[in-house]
Design a protein around this ligand. Structure first.
Ligand SMILES: [Zn+2]
Length: 234
């Protein structure tokens, strides 16, 4: 049969657990906002990097197109010289120059085409990132509104629990036991108390001595000899 003190301590233990949960929920909102905002910043950073990469690729493509135009002008000039050739020797020289410039031109053309394709792909990726950023920003706004709406309710619940706990703690007799409980509560919250299940402390799974069990059952406030938690029997 549990003593009145044990019953009161068991209730206090439940309140401490509820407080820990409520504090977690209270802190959880701002934490999720911070995480979501960090992700928004990361996507925004990726967008800047993507834009810079596209700008750089454009420069390369423009440069290639310029080279391509120069080669085309060269070809045109050579073609005119070929047509005006006065000997077979001259004709062969211009023909071979045309072949060489023509192959260079083809290389530039291929590279320029590849560069344009890369720019197109990079722009598709940029659009995806921008749409991702937009939805993430909206999600943060929704989350912020939710947290702001729930905040006052959670705060009231916290205050309510704390005052219930203040009252419930009065069952612990003043003295060394109460001071130890207070220290443990600051450090471990609900871990300041532990129930006894089948003669074992639920906090540390160590056996409670028979002598202590008898004292606890008669209503004395005792702490676990191993983990220092205030003990109760249910
Ligand atoms: Zn223990």
């Amino acid at each position: 049969m549990a003593s009145d003190l044990s019953i009161a301590l068991s209730q206090l233990h439940k309140l401490l657990a509820q407080l820990a949960e409520a504090e977690g929920a209270f802190a959880g909102g701002p934490q999720s906002i911070a995480v979501a905002e960090k992700q928004v910043a990361q996507v925004a950073q990726k967008i800047e990097e993507q834009k810079a990469a596209i700008k750089q690729s454009r420069k390369i493509a423009d440069d290639l197109n310029l080279k391509l135009k120069t080669k085309e002008a060269d070809l045109k000039k050579l073609q005119g010289q070929l047509n005006a050739a006065t000997s077979n020797k001259e004709f062969d020289i211009f023909k071979s120059q045309i072949a060489s410039v023509g192959s260079e031109r083809a290389d530039f053309e291929n590279t320029a085409f590849e560069a344009m394709e890369e720019i197109d792909a990079a722009q598709v990726k940029l659009k995806e990132l921008e749409s991702d950023l937009k939805s993430r920003r909206q999600a943060v706004q929704t989350l912020r509104a939710e947290v702001e709406a729930n905040g006052p309710g959670l705060e009231t619940a916290l205050e309510e629990l704390k005052s219930q706990i203040d009252v419930a703690e009065k069952v612990i007799p003043p003295g060394e036991g109460l001071s130890a409980y207070r220290r443990l509560r600051i450090a471990n919250g609900a871990g300041a108390l532990a129930g006894i299940e089948d003669d074992f402390c639920e906090g540390c799974n160590c056996r409670v001595t028979n002598q202590d069990l008898v004292r606890i059952r008669t209503g004395e406030f005792l702490r676990c000899r191993e983990c220092n938690r205030g003990l109760y029997v249910v």
